[in-house]
Design a binder for this molecule. Sequence first.
Ligand code: HSE
Length: 317
Amino acid sequence: MNATPAARLNEVVAFAPATVGNVGVGFDILGHTVRAVGDRVRIRRSAQPGVRILAITGCEASLPLEAEKNTAGMALVSMTQALGLEFGMELTIEKGIPLGSGLGGSAASAVAAVVAANALLDEPLSKLELLKFAMQGEAVASGSVHVDNIAPSLFGGLVLTVGIDHPRTKQIPVPPSVRCVLVHPHMFLSTREARRILRKTVDLSDVVWQTANLAGFISGCYTNDLPMIRDAFEDVIIEPQRAQLIPGFKAVKQAAMSNRALGCSISGAGPTIFAWCEDAYAEGIRAAMVEAFAEHNLASDHWISAIDAEGARVVEA
Ligand code: HSE
């Protein structure tokens, strides 16, 4: 006897969390989820093939409605073309992540879109396959393909990604007492611009130093070794070049470190600054960082998040 086919879904909503990526020492390859905020994408199946964005809500600046120019739209265009889908998709995007904040907003929209679309397929794809389509979306926003926001937003937790054409991901355990304090000053930074200013060559001694820090950071996470995480938590390549883009960066970092943070750096392309710390110090670090930004005439939003937040998921079907 044939099994009854599952009913086809017509409308799905997916949520994808914000992310910190880079986590300091892992430029373009290491990121983690943030529990507090995220983007939602609603997709309706349509008889007319193609991808159409009906509306984008939750942000003041306008984002492109043309599918090929929008991160969520482009992720779905690449998915639709690769799979030869005969049905079309109409989507609405609800931005929960501030634009140009360094919290992985473009990645979250792309990830929520592919996760929602996946629920409409007769034969859903694996997360690793979805990752490749979401990467095409992220490239529209930043001008380059990178995975340190996409991968954690999709899989959840602290995620390392190796490879671009055939990416492999690894969820890395984090000591349970660790929290991430995030302070987002009210200013906009373009990811494209923050990437454009980076030098294209790096001194060998800095590569050695950064490689040791990344290895130490990850081994500290695996072995619950907070002193190792603290000693390795120093981005010697990217942070020194981008710090000038964020007014008060030095003071905010100093505020976090003098209140017992394990480390502090720029979240993604900025301007959000994040600090890892033990749970007991999180509130004090947050207050000190917010005050340091205020002294530079910048009001801010701020969150304290565990690192192990769940990745993207369907929230309505
Ligand atoms: N890894 C990226 C960067 C994140 O730092 O430029 C921003 O999309």
